[in-house]
Design a binder for this molecule. Structure first.
Ligand SMILES: C[S@@+](CC[C@H](N)C(=O)[O-])C[C@H]1O[C@@H](n2cnc3c(N)ncnc32)[C@H](O)[C@@H]1O
Length: 442
């Protein structure tokens, strides 16, 4: 029988190929295992803990590993990361259990020599022998924050440059906290947003009508199954509120899966009108339709296609471009994403965003609205993208948020007129950006 640690190890190993997401892999392997409650929770905590803290764990391991850590095999490194994470971040596991299980894993997957080496390294590591402050005393600010909060140093440096030291540190902290979940009440199926388990069980208001926050995802499950609510971070909801979609509109959502914003728009439209929800990937399109069906929404038609060339069968009143992006506003929720961002990815995605925006601009008639949003905090994907768009498309003007978005959030407007939310600026709010543009005559 596979233990929680072995399951986490298998996930970490499979992720090395870079083709899978940890969430879906974890779900798949947990479903196929016979692990029960606490062991499932341990496997989940181990996987996301190691994925998040990887950089700090490697920094610590390198101090105790007698060979070059760069040359260690991924299997050995992942076993050591699992061990060190338990020794330093998990109170409830006895030290001997963490070490012995990792030694056993090393023996099983890499042989006797590696199990001895794993034992030797792990026995030396404890909160008393790890001196991060001392080891980092000569490091630059970005290097120090990078190790302390386990984010890539170039990203930390970029954030310090864009947002200053204090805000950067709070964004880094937020990414390593247990994220709160947003739940959006579905007005099409009832009038009240109360949790199935009652008001006292850990809900809090988000500041956005109809959206609440909770630390425990399981509280949501009965509501989600019945379509009484759906998961949506309040930052994502802000974008849809900014659009303020009206009953009987024809809406085109060009990057729609898994369907959160399209469904929110349909709810605000009272399930009257038409929404084409497009995504490039057929399996993702299926998820949009499934969400719409669960929520009792009949005006969403999910389609598969490329946002750079799709033409809808109607003249849209509004187009949503919730663009594919680096996701640097949601690094706390998507554990391994922080290791996949970089200048090349940013360039590639900014180019794709520009192409999608250009195509969307051509599909709109005079008076039509274009909502552009991302879950990134990089200016190249947000403000700078919009400034460049406005230069190339002089018919477009920024629409003001006043009256559509709750007043406190209007204060977060950027100079060009978008709304930028930084991760953790408010409890439970991910990072993201939204701007509403209207096509005018001429
Ligand atoms: C940020 S997600 C959209 C989230 C969605 N709007 C929601 O609120 O649930 C971006 C989506 O764009 C899709 N995508 C990426 N490139 C695309 C393209 N060229 N055409 C259409 N969709 C694309 C991705 O598959 C992904 O589902």
């Amino acid at each position: 029988m596979t233990s929680a640690r072995e399951l986490a190890f298998n996930i970490l190993q499979q992720l090395e190929a870079g083709t899978r997401h940890s969430d879906s892999l974890l779900h798949e392997l947990l479903e196929a295992s016979s692990l029960k409650g606490p062991d499932r929770a341990l496997a989940t905590a181990l996987t996301s803990g190691v994925l998040r803290q990887r950089l700090q764990l490697d920094f610590i391991i390198a101090k105790f590993y007698s060979h070059d850590i760069q040359k260690a095999s991924p299997a050995v490194l992942n076993i050591l990361r699992l061990g060190v994470w338990q020794l330093l971040f998990l109170d409830r596991v006895p030290r001997w259990a963490a070490v012995n299980e990792c030694v056993r894993l090393a023996r099983r997957y890499k042989g006797e020599r590696m199990s001895k080496l794993t034992n030797a390294v792990l026995r030396k590591i404890s909160p008393e022998t790890v001196h991060l402050d001392l080891w980092l005393k000569d490091a630059s600010l970005s290097e120090r924050l990078s190790v302390l909060h386990s984010h890539p140093e170039p990203l930390v440096r970029r954030w310090i440059g864009n947002y200053g030291e204090q805000r950067t540190e709070s964004m880094l902290r937020y990414d390593n906290e247990h994220p709160l979940f947003g739940i959006r009440h579905n007005p099409l199926k009832g009038t009240n947003a109360k949790g199935a388990e009652g008001e006292e069980s850990g809900w809090q208001e988000s500041g956005i009508p109809g959206i609440r926050l909770a630390a425990d995802f399981h509280l949501f499950e009965p509501l989600l199954r019945q379509g009484l609510a759906s998961v949506q971070n309040p930052t994502q909801a802000l974008a849809v509120l900014l659009l303020d979609p009206q009953p009987d509109w024809k809406v085109l959502d060009l990057c729609a899966a898994p369907g959160g914003k399209a469904a929110h728009a349909a709810e605000l439209m009272g399930n009257r009108g038409e929404i084409i929800a497009l995504d490039r990937y057929p399996q993702k399109t299926l998820r949009i339709q499934a969400l719409a069906d669960t929520l009792g929404i009949s005006i969403i038609e999910a389609r598969t296609g490329d946002a750079r060339e799709f033409t809808p069968p109607f003249q849209p009143d509004a187009i949503l471009v919730d663009a594919p992006c680096t996701g640097t506003g949601v690094l706390g929720r998507r554990a391994e994403l922080r290791w996949k961002t970089g200048p090349e990815k940013l360039r590639e995605l900014s180019g794709l965003q520009e192409e999608i925006l250009r195509h969307a601009a051509g599909l709109l008639a005079e008076g039509g609205l274009l909502l552009y949003s991302t879950c990134s905090v990089e200016p190249e994907e947000n403000q700078l993208q919009v400034e460049a768009f406005l230069q190339q498309h002089p018919a477009f003007r920024i629409e003001q948020a006043t009256g559509k978005v709750p007043e406190p959030f209007c204060l977060e407007r950027t100079p060009e007129g978008g709304i930028l939310t930084l991760p953790g600026a408010r409890p439970g709010f991910d990072g993201g950006y939204a701007v509403l543009l209207r096509k005018q005559g001429g």
